[in-house]
Design a protein around this ligand. Sequence first.
Ligand code: SLL
Length: 153
Amino acid sequence: TKHTQNEQFCCPIIFGSVAGRIGKKDPPPSDPSHTHRWTVFVRGANGEDISPIIKRVSFKLHESFVPPVRVIESPPFEVTETGWGEFEILIKLSFADSQEKPLPLFHQLQLYPKDKDPDPDAEYAKLPITSEHYEEIVFNEPHEEFIEPLRRY
Ligand code: SLL
């Protein structure tokens, strides 16, 4: 398989998390100590379908989750869980062209508002907490077979 020359492709993505307190009307958590339901995700920055370029996303959670590593092979590339604590999540992207090196991304799960009184009864404590990062994945001189999905992205 041939490499292209002087071709560069840029695929903008968003990764991060959204979290909310589990209220009385919500489905109850598996463990009564869990106060929040959260989702960690990877998606196209402008709503693109990333599945033609991303084959697999693995999310490495805190060891207190069983199992700690969740492998997602089709969209939506996300994991929803319940818990009580914040921790760093390692997100590893594997590409449709397996010759492209997997890309590690780090995300700090955020459940609580920053720099605010952590009073759980306050109004703002009921709002979802979103923490997102924008990233441009750059492919330099990709294999010819990988060009088509990159062009369409
Ligand atoms: C902290 N260093 O102390 C962190 C650890 C652990 C998060 C956070 C529940 C896990 C479970 C959960 O939220 N773990 O019960 O499955 O803040």
